[in-house]
Write a protein that binds this ligand. Structure first.
Ligand SMILES: Cc1ncc(COP(=O)(O)O)c(C=O)c1O
Length: 404
């Protein structure tokens, strides 16, 4: 007799999915197992400020609710609701952007990044991506059968991009240079000299610059200044990504955008290709687009408290690293990440896996972001309150003391 089970066949995923990985979530699976055993995990792994003591500005919530009450519950404009696009344009112009050729609003900056890469690369093309890198870029390029062409961020030079390495890696299939500034996972902010060097390489080799600036309002030290590369190179095509998730404390609303700058003639055809993808998926979440103008044009008061809290938590992290054997930290100046170097004999994935299993502290291994061969790191998200961070750091110190 034939049983129903004998008709079951595997639905094979596309082979290109073998190229896609996402370390941040992978380790969360281990943490879930530990949590199911009844342990309370201290989460230092996900860049979501709403998980901690960073409440969304109330006027943004009011704006979103009002939009729903006003009936903005259908599909919105595919490229972005008018008041939102104008607010993004104003913000970009205030910050010195010139030659703005297009603005696109999406489901978080992540969706816009996906479309901007999809419209750019053919299979076999490559994009210069930083090492270490925020893993979304490698995952999307993998999905497109294109290659991350990893250039080194130089830990000995405050994690600035290594310009010689970028120059050496450019080849006939290179389409773009990506920079994440302020950086995830290192917390570095790029100097004018670095940015001018990158712009010059893009100019010489006819490359698009992709500038991920989602953390640009989270600069923690007054002497550090965030410079948008688009403002230094109005003659170079640049796509700058930003959004509400981080500084405006609504990652769950999924609102992000891109601003395209540079010569109209070099961007026209490419932007039309991106718009085609945006039209095909109809629109970003419509009512939440009505919170963009209130967020960008309204009170920025919340940012003072956010930065104060982050500064204290960053300092606590730097102090812990300074007094802990085998840990060396290049101090972060922006965003809410630290990427300390670990002088340990085992792979860093093993280190963080056993750390969560034994001490119930969850960080992500450096190799999940990419790192120089032979080096070991972990990424710490220092969003949690000081008492939680203090407890987590004590447990990591204890874990290391027991181990080595
Ligand atoms: C560097 C960087 N870019 C983009 C994103 C995606 O943000 P969203 O899609 O919420 O705008 C993140 C999220 O952590 C990030 O760290």
């Amino acid at each position: 007799m034939t049983t129903a089970a004998s008709f079951v066949t595997q639905i094979a995923p596309a082979t290109r999915m073998a190229n896609v990985s996402y370390a941040i979530r992978d380790l969360a699976v281990v943490a879930d197992q530990v949590a199911r055993q009844g342990h309370k995990i201290l989460y230092l792994n996900i860049g979501d400020p709403c998980t901690y003591d960073f409440p969304t500005p109330p006027h943004m919530i009011e704006a979103a609710i009002k939009a729903m009450r006003d009936g903005h519950n259908g599909y919105g404009d595919s490229l972005g609701e008018h008041s939102a696009v104008e607010a993004i344009r104003r913000r970009a112009e205030q910050r010195g952007f010139k030659n703005i050729q297009g603005i696109m609003v999406g489901f978080g900056s992540g969706e816009v990044i996906d479309h901007c890469l999809t419209a750019l690369v053919n299979p076999g093309d490559n994009v210069l991506t930083p090492c270490p890198d925020y893993p979304l870029y490698g995952a999307v390029l993998g999905k497109l059968s294109a290659e991350p062409n990893s250039y080194q961020l130089n830990e000995e030079n405050g994690w600035q991009p290594d310009l010689d390495d970028i120059a050496a890696r450019i080849n006939s299939r290179t389409r773009a240079i990506l920079l994440i500034n302020p950086n995830n996972p290192t917390g570095a902010i790029y100097s004018r000299k670095t940015l001018e060097g990158i712009a010059e390489l893009a100019r010489q080799h006819n490359l698009l610059i992709l500038a991920d600036e989602i953390y640009d309002s989270l600069i923690l030290d007054e002497e550090q200044q965030h410079i948008s590369i688009a403002t230094l190179a109005p003659d170079v095509p640049v796509i700058t990504f930003n959004g509400l998730s981080k500084a405006y404390l609504v990652p769950g609303w999924r609102i992000g955008w891109a601003v395209a700058t540079g010569p109209a003639e070099s961007l026209h055809e490419y932007l039309e290709a991106v718009y085609k993808l945006l039209r095909a998926r109809l629109s970003a979440p419509h009512p939440f687009m009505y919170a963009i103008a209130p967020a960008l044009d309204g009170s920025q008061e919340h940012l003072i408290e956010v930065r104060d809290k982050l500064r204290r938590r960053r300092d606590l992290t730097v102090e812990w690293a300074a007094r802990t054997p085998r840990v060396t930290l290049t101090a972060p100046h922006g965003a809410f990440y630290a990427f300390p170097k670990l002088d340990i004999p085992e792979e860093d994935k093993q280190f963080v896996t056993e750390l969560v299993q034994q001490k119930h502290v969850l960080c992500v291994h450096g190799s999940g972001f990419g790192e120089k061969p032979g080096t070991r790191h972990m990424r710490i998200v220092y969003l949690p309150p000081e008492d939680v961070l203090g407890e987590a750091y004590e447990r990591i110190t204890e874990f290391m003391a027991e181990r080595y």
